[in-house]
Design a protein around this ligand. Sequence first.
Ligand code: NAG
Ligand code: NAG
Ligand code: NAG
Ligand code: NAG
Length: 457
Amino acid sequence: MEAKGGTVLYACSVVLILTGVSCNFIHISSLVHHGVEGEPLLLSVATHFPLNETEIQGTWSHTTPSGTRTTLVTFTKDTSITNMMFRNHLVFSEPNVSLFIQKLNQMDEGDYHLNLNIAFHNTTVHVIKEDRTVRVTVDVPVSHPVVEKSPSYAVIEDEANVTMTCSVKRGTRVRFKWLRNNVSLAPSDRYHYSQDNSTLVISPVRKEDKGIYCCVARNPVSLGQSSRALELNVYYGPYNLEVNSIYGLRTGEVFTINPGELVFFECRADSNPPNSYVWISKRHNTTEVITEGPRMEVLFYRLAQTEEYLCRAFNNVTQKQDEAQFTLIVADLGTEKEKHTQEGHPVSSLAAIAACSLFVIGFMLLFFLRRTCHPKRVIMSIYNRPFSEQKRPHRSGHEDATEDFGIYEFVSIPGKMDSAQASCRSLARLESIQDMHTTIYDVIRHVPETQSHSLLS
Ligand SMILES: *[C@@H]1O[C@H](CO)[C@@H](O)[C@H](O)[C@H]1NC(C)=O
Ligand SMILES: *[C@@H]1O[C@H](CO)[C@@H](O)[C@H](O)[C@H]1NC(C)=O
Ligand SMILES: *[C@@H]1O[C@H](CO)[C@@H](O)[C@H](O)[C@H]1NC(C)=O
Ligand SMILES: *[C@@H]1O[C@H](CO)[C@@H](O)[C@H](O)[C@H]1NC(C)=O
């Protein structure tokens, strides 16, 4: 055992000499602690040396942020002396030299130094010195943030500044963050923040600032807490004024339409609140208001007539307006258009017609063939009875044979005799068919003079 301690020490000395890095006989997992006020905190130390083979001696001391240093605990392997001032506040736990703070307060903030000397038994020369510093902050958790806006009403673009403030009732070292429509605000030279970001001044306000705002408050011991949403409404526009029509042909600002066509034009611009629109006709150096609203409806009947029109959009809050001018030409456009469409796909339309025709012809042919070739089928056994009886089934239904015209097929029952079929025979060959065992007749061609002998005559 003694040899082991000595070996560890020796090995470490070699490492220290070679690399300048000391062995870690103690380990502190976290060198920064964010403590919550009123709660306990353990400054945990793990020792990596055999306590029964060593002598230790050390101190825990505390330096406040202002720089005042106090010794908290002095200890050896067997005893510890805690500073009288902190007897009810600190617990020094042996043998692992951890320090436990029972109930954190703001005074506990600062750096905690552990100074430890380790001497191995039977080693008189070397004493290992270990020094560690743990930083402790003590914070109050952040309460729910409250957001306010000034002015509280909607503002006009480029004219107003908006101030938003975020505040919390409780919380230390609170940092604020601002979101618009759930996205962090991108930096802008129109955004001015207070030091902790609790106040945001937008100067001047622009269209793109419109949205739903909220602030998020956080500190080292609280996850971000979000305030309620606050809407910022900005009046702006009109912007991007446009005149459109689904009718006629458009070339830039010139619309060509058919005479006699009823045409609608639509005027649109981005604006808050919505614009009011006025349509103006310019003719012979005079202007005339035709209609109001986003739509203009006109019926042109004269050919080769050119007219100038104007759509004016006005935002009655921003007191700004914009206008778009366009020219109307009435020309016979319809036939031209048709020609275009025909020329556009001459091959494909011809092909389609040809394909359709072929399909119809093919279908008719198929139908015709089926009709002529598929006989009505009658199954009967012919050898059990005399031939004269065979005509019975044909006559039994009714005496008028005119409805029985058609192609007939006689099939003998398999097994008793070779069966055969006659089908699709030409009508001309009817008289020659006399195979009595198998097939009899295909067609009754004419209305016979006497019904009783019609089949066999
Ligand atoms: C140190 O000892 C204390 C009390 O015995 C114990 O609560 C703590 O978990 C120990 N810490 C380590 C790192 O072993
Ligand atoms: C907005 O703020 C600017 C300075 O950032 C100031 O010059 C201006 O007068 C303010 N406008 C209003 C309406 O308060
Ligand atoms: C149109 O009005 C302008 C001034 O607004 C004038 O100078 C011009 O002579 C007028 N033209 C006709 C054809 O009236
Ligand atoms: C502005 O125009 C809207 C319609 O576009 C109308 O409802 C509103 O009363 C107008 N406001 C003012 C101040 O004229």
